[in-house]
Ligand binder design. Structure first.
Ligand code: PRP
Length: 179
């Protein structure tokens, strides 16, 4: 394992099992509804690809790049749209896929934006959830794993744009982000 990593937090097998559960949860709700699955880049990309491939329901996919952290480990509270969706969400059942809900600011802003654009429904699936850090009142419909306040990386999640391509999720050593 990389010297900056402390331990494995979630193995590939643990992630795979939960992805199946999340996909089944979505299949139950969106069968015959032609939903639009939206990946919030960059963090959710690995989870998103595995999730939509585990679903039986035909889905359309689209992407949006939002950035709120930059190099910091603290949310700026002002998420910025770096790249918008190509598709219109008007009248669509939107499934928003996140890697992590932390302060909740990103999700709060996205809900406001997409519901404001006329989405028929707005459902959130997140891989990770840090409820203890929430600053605004918002909750995912399905969250795969709850996390305490460790800094975790891998399977899409980064520290300073590194570690996103790890196939598992690991805890980053404290001295790496506190130096
Ligand atoms: C992360 C993550 C979420 C958001 C969650 O994105 O992917 O979108 O922060 O934090 P919040 O609940 O406090 O708003 P980040 O800005 O790090 O960009 P990235 O997805 O490109 O890593």
């Amino acid at each position: 394992m990389n010297e900056n990593l402390q331990s494995v937090f979630l193995s590939e097998e643990q992630i795979k099992e939960k992805v199946k559960e999340a996909a089944a949860w979505l299949d139950e709700r969106f069968k015959d509804k032609n939903p639009l699955a939206v990946s919030v880049l960059k963090g959710s990309v690995m989870f998103f690809c595995d999730l939509v491939r585990a679903m039986e329901t035909p889905v359309q996919i689209d992407f949006m790049t939002i950035s709120s952290y930059g190099k910091s480990t603290q949310s700026s509270g002002m998420p910025k749209i770096v790249m918008d969706l190509a598709a219109s969400v008007e009248g669509r059942d939107v499934i928003l896929v996140e890697d992590i809900v932390d302060s909740g600011n990103t999700l709060y802003k996205l809900r406001e934006l997409l519901v404001g654009r006329g989405a028929k429904s707005f459902t959130v699936v997140t891989l990770l959830d840090k409820p203890s850090r929430r600053k605004v009142d918002i909750k995912a419909g399905f969250s795969c794993f709850e996390v305490d306040d460790e800094f975790i990386v891998g399977y899409g999640l980064d520290y300073d744009q590194q570690f996103r391509n790890l196939p598992y999720i690991a805890v980053l050593k404290r001295e790496v982000y506190e130096k």
